[in-house]
Design a protein around this ligand. Structure first.
Ligand code: BDR
Ligand code: CA
Length: 317
């Protein structure tokens, strides 16, 4: 059984990643921790509950985490995910906040990792504030993780939020710095450009959403806003070669749940720029080894997209 902790800022692609894990055989989600990011943390909690309800998995505990980054401005991505984070397609019957656990996200991460030391992997698809706080609260937390899977950062100087930084790192550069420097566990990173080079073609999305299931109908409702954004703007042409949708967070999740998904990684020490006037939040790859860091991250390079599509299809069945 693959045991997971999942840390999200539940926008549309976080929802897709969670649904992928919920549907994958042999995967157990021990808890979902929420953090600021695509929308405010209250919405993130609500969105996770909506996803769990759509999948009839409300028994999975959901924890509220940090509402702001460690330093600097709070960023949201309402333009892309909708102001509520899930496409502004509200559900009047959405579960209420009373279902959120009283225990805070950071305490829960530390507790769950201790209870399942060496067995649980953490999938982080959001600004890394909760993870940074966890290692500050308990420096032994990372060594209890089997592995860490991150969606975030970029491998060249092109960002998607600032000129040079990807959203999850731009939304809390200090947290990203702490995690990339203090988490010595095996760390896999699905960067922005990598995800963009592995788009899901629109024909696939049509087939995916046309499945006859409650989950597919739920996805269609929350996904429409983002699809419209991609279609209506220069987004599609500008961001990356090829047409289609980039479910960024789902790549980190797929790497965590299916060992045959990743076929090639680059092993390199990484850090994050904190002070550059233009480059704050940009991931830095130490290809020359000048940082003298022994711990190297695995940057995803090549993956089996047939495996990915199969996982995605199953998510809505
Ligand atoms: C990341 O930013 C968020 O908007 C997405 O959910 C994803 O985690 C992509 O840069
Ligand atoms: Ca996310």
């Amino acid at each position: 059984m693959k045991k997971l902790l999942v840390d999200v800022d539940c926008g549309v692609d976080d929802a897709q990643a969670i649904m992928m894990a919920l549907a994958a055989p042999g995967v157990q989600i021990l808890g979902i921790t929420c953090v600021h990011g695509n929308t405010v943390v209250e919405n993130v909690c609500k969105n996770v509950l909506r996803v769990l309800k759509a999948c009839q998995k409300l028994e999975i505990p959901v924890f509220r985490g940090a509402s702001k980054p460690i330093l600097g401005k709070t960023l949201h991505a309402g333009h892309f995910h909708g102001d509520d984070g899930l496409g502004d397609a509200p559900d009047p019957q959405a579960p209420g906040p009373e279902l959120i656990q009283e225990e805070g996200a950071v305490a829960a991460m530390i507790r769950i990792a201790s209870e399942h030391a060496g067995e649980v992997s953490l999938v982080a698809t959001a600004p890394l504030t909760n993870l940074a706080l966890a290692v500050r609260m308990d420096p032994t937390f990372p060594q209890k993780l089997k592995a860490l899977y991150i969606m975030g950062g970029n491998t060249d100087s092109r960002g998607n939020t600032t000129m040079c930084a990807e959203f999850n790192f731009a939304a809390d550069p200090e947290a990203a710095y702490i995690v990339l420097n203090d988490y010595m566990c095996p760390t896999y990173i699905a960067c922005w450009e990598f995800t963009c080079h592995n788009k899901l073609p629109w024909e696939f999305c049509d087939t995916w959403l046309a499945q006859d299931s409650e989950k597919a109908r739920f996805m269609k409702r929350i996904f429409q806003h983002s699809m419209d954004v991609v279609h209506n703007e220069r987004f599609e042409k500008e961001m990356v070669a090829g047409l289609g949708f980039v479910s960024c967070d789902s790549y980190a999740m797929a790497a965590a749940i299916d060992s045959s998904f990743v076929t090639e990684c680059e092993q390199v020490a990484v850090s994050v720029e904190l002070t550059g006037a233009y480059t704050r939040g940009m991931m830095v790859l130490d290809k020359l080894g000048l940082l003298k860091k022994e711990h190297k991250a695995f940057i995803l390079k090549k993956v089996d997209m047939n495996r990915f599509k199969a996982l995605m299809m199953k998510a809505l069945q």
